[in-house]
Ligand binder design. Sequence first.
Ligand code: 3PG
Ligand code: MG
Length: 412
Amino acid sequence: MKGIVFIMDGLGDRPLKELNNQTPLQAANTPNLDKMAKKGINGIMDSIKPGIRPGSDTAHISILGYDPNIVYTGRGPFEACGVGIDIFPGDIAFRCNFSTVNDEFIVTDRRAGRIRDNTSSIISKLNEMKIEEYEDIEIVFKESTGHRAVLVLRGEGLSDKVSDADPKIEGKPPKIVVAKDDSAEAKKTADLLNKIVKKSYELIKNHPINLNRVEKNEPPANIIIPRGAGAVPDVEPLNSKYSLNSACIAETGLIMGIARFAGMEIIEVDGATGGVDTNLDNIVDTIMDNVKNSDYDFFLVNIDGADEAGHDGNYKEKLEFIEKVDDIVVSKLLELKDTIIILTADHSTPISVMDHSADPVPIMINGSDIRVDGVNKFNEIDATKGGLLRIRGSDVMDIILDLMGKSPKFGA
Ligand SMILES: O=C(O)[C@H](O)COP(=O)(O)O
Ligand SMILES: [Mg+2]
C-alpha cells in the first residue's frame, strides 16, 4: 500500500459576494474532487491548531509530523536547502523577494511583477557583492521559483536573531533590519543586512534584464528584500521516523527544502512554475509514474497555484486553477489502486485577505477500506459534515500510516 499527501497550497477560502457567497472551491466545477469526496472520508483540518495562522513552512512541517515549535528556525534555511545550497552550523539563511522600488526607494511591487525568467543572470551580478566592513563574510545569492530567491551569509559571529527587511506591503520602503536581542552577533548581522539591501539596488537597478523590463513596461527586479532569517534546523529523517521510503514532488524551493531537510528524495518536474500557469500534465504524469513504477511508498505533493492566486486576490484565477487541477490531475489520481490519498491544503489564502488565514482547510481521505461518510462534495463547508470531523496537521501522518498498514501498535 502506498500513500500520497497531496497539498493544494492555499486552497481554503472564505465566501465571496462575487461568487454568490460561495468560496472559490465551492463555486468551481469539480466533478473529480467531488467523486473523491463521495468515495472517501471528509473533514476539516487546522494545520497547526485552531486560530494559528500558519506559513506554508510551519504548516508542512506540522503535516509531516514534526513540531514546528521545535524544528522551525526560520524560513530561510528551508528555502536555501530547496535550491540546493547546503546550510552549515554558523550559516544564516534568508528567503528573499526580487522586488521593485521607485527612485524614492519605495516598494512599488513586492514580487517584481511575479518575474518568471532570467533571474539567474540578475543573481550572477548580486553574487559579485562585497560589503567593505564585512569582507570576512561570504555572501551567497541563489534564485528560486518566480520572484523568490535565497541569501546565505557565511562567516564568524553571525546570528539569526534579526528582523525582516520585507515591509510586507507596497507603498513603503524596505524595513530597517534590527537586532532581536542584545548580542553583538545580531547587531552585526542586522547592520550587514541593511547594507546588502542598499547595495543590491546599486548593483542590479541597471541590469540589462531590468532595463529591458522597464522598456516593456514591466516592473524591474531592482532590489532584493530578505526575510525569515534562520540557522540550520535539526530534522529527524522522515524515513527512519516512520519506516518509509519517501519522495517529494513540489514546485517551490520552500517545500523542496523542507523535504530535503527531512531526508526525502526530490523528484523535479519540468515546467513547474508554482503559478496558475504551471504544467499540470507533467506534474500528474510524474506522480502516476512514480506511484506505479518506483520503490517510493510515500509521496508529499504540493502544487502552489491556488496560493498565488489567493495572494494576488484574484478569485477568477483561483477558481479556474482549481478546475484545471480537478480536470487534469485529480481525474488521474482516481485511477490509482492500492494507494491511500489524503488531499488537503496547508492553509487558507482567502481572496479577501490576500494572505494566509487561520480558517481550517477541507481534507479528504481516499483508498480501499475507508469508512465512507455521507459527504459528496469537496469544499470547506460540506467537509464539516464528514466523518473525520476536525483534525490537526499533526494527525495526518499517523492516520495515513495506519491506513497504509504501517502503524506500530501502541501497547501489547
Ligand atoms: O509565494 C510565496 O512564496 C509565499 O507564500 C508568499 O510570499 P510573498 O508574499 O513574498 O510572495
Ligand atoms: Mg502555502
